[in-house]
Ligand binder design. Structure first.
Ligand code: HEM
Length: 169
């Protein structure tokens, strides 16, 4: 962190990174805290509720891919001024490099889980809801919910690491 330069480009790109993180994490928590409870109020029955949530999740899914790409690309750029050299990411040479490495590992796990979740459970849940197979739906949804909470927990952990990056000596 010693070579941090107060350049306009670095500031602009860090802002883009921060704003993308706000949209991504904010949107994910909005799904859980607002969309899910609201769907219980306005949907008529379990089948309709699941299909509505599926449509909203699909719409949110359309913006998550570009947002994740922006986060990774701007994150890599940030690392170029944050670390003395980019190769230090894998060196465990300093506190900052080690924390950033852990952050990148968590980001990779998060990205894999998000796509695995959407591709496998997302589609399955909507199909079961359409077929009105409520027994199957309950079982799949329980597993899907565990994965969703794991994703939200990973986001919190990544944000904690982003704060710790700021505090690094
Ligand atoms: C490969 C992926 C990523 C890399 C290499 C990366 C790298 C970085 C670096 C080097 C910083 C600057 C640290 C500092 O200012 O002290 C930063 C800031 C930040 N990152 Fe990431 N990041 C990545 C992905 C993410 C993701 C997925 C999120 C959110 C879920 C995120 C959230 C943040 C936030 C909120 C900050 C601002 C911290 C601050 O400067 O106060 N990053 N990132």
């Amino acid at each position: 962190m010693g070579n941090t330069k107060l350049s306009l480009l670095n500031i602009a790109i860090l802002w883009v990174h921060l704003f993308a993180a706000v949209l991504f994490v904010g949107g994910s928590f909005f799904m859980w805290l607002v969309v899910m409870p609201a769907s219980r109020v306005f949907a008529k029955g379990e089948s309709e509720r699941t299909q509505i949530i599926g449509k909203i999740a699909k719409e949110f899914g359309k913006i998550t891919s570009p947002i994740l790409a922006i986060l990774v690309l701007t994150g890599i750029y940030n690392a170029t001024w944050y670390l003395p050299s980019f190769g230090d990411l894998f060196s465990f040479k300093s506190y900052g490099a080690t924390v950033l490495f852990v952050k990148v590992v968590l980001v990779v796990i998060l990205i894999i889980l998000i796509y695995a979740h959407g591709a496998y459970y997302g589609r399955k849940i909507v199909r079961l809801a359409r077929e009105k197979d409520f027994e199957g739906l309950r079982a799949v949804r329980r597993k899907s919910r565990i994965l969703s909470f794991a994703n939200l927990a990973l986001m919190i952990a990544i944000l904690i690491l982003a704060v710790v990056l700021q505090m690094s000596p």
